[in-house]
Design a binder for this molecule. Sequence first.
Ligand code: ZN
Length: 326
Amino acid sequence: MDHRLPATPKLAREFSELFVNRRAYTIQSVRPHTDSGRHYYYRPKSKDGGRSTGLSLETVRQHLAGELTIGIYAINPATQRCKWMAIDADYKTALEDLIKVQRQLRDDGIEAALEKSRRGGHLWIFFEHPVLARDARIYIYHVAGKLDVQVKGAGLSDGIEIFPKQDELRPDEFGNAIRAPLGIHRGAREGRGWRYWYYGADYALADQLAYLRRLPKVKEQHLQLMIAGKTIPPEFDQRGRRAEVPRYFESKPGEFRILDYVEVRRQVGRNWVTRCPSCASLGHDKSGDNLAVSVEEPRKYCCWAGCTREMIRAALGRPIAARRLA
Ligand SMILES: [Zn+2]
């Protein structure tokens, strides 16, 4: 099925003004991974395989047109600020929770735009000028607490996820990317892909962007008023723990755990990324981001350059044992 639509540079510019906080971005792979069937996100590199390329207006246009799908970051590390915040929910009662939050925001004088997703949706809040990620997060933690809406993390597997996911970033950090709206979710509908829209406008690019531009933007002063005297709940406090740390898993004795062998510092989308040991043994992957390890399921890992599990295990000195014949 062809989901492509015409998109103009003007629409791309409008989109960028609303959504782009920094030039780093991710791309969702068009083809699913052969083992997991998932459409992973990766950070695109320049032609010579070196530095990552920055998000251009043309790439945004291609995203809107449906030619590719990008993920965008919430925080600009130079300022620790964000133009928007998004609440992601994808569990059974996700939509109910998002509508509850949206209603509470309206009571607080804040209009939020609800975008449909594969399961549940994303609720987006836009700021008049970028606000501190920490302040935006404090506000939503407070709203969630008031409404008894669970926030993912702190031992809970279900719940809303708040983007930005970090209070602040180091200059070399990216935080977590979220699939940019108005494009195609490659993994939806059994991999056939689907374009999801905001509920608030007709399902056409120009109408959707016009709706988002019309949406009243939250003033920093207003946000400050909402969070006066409030802090991040202690169980979610990130002081001294800026980025998420890998979730380890219970293993059977002798079971191979990739996270015991590689050090992960950066998260891209739903994966940890680091240098692929097999690529490294050949002197490749100098930028150190070919290996992706699933955050949710750390047993799953893959190399973008195509190294097999056998190659990676061999490079780590833990070759996969050939099954003995009875
Ligand atoms: Zn590799």
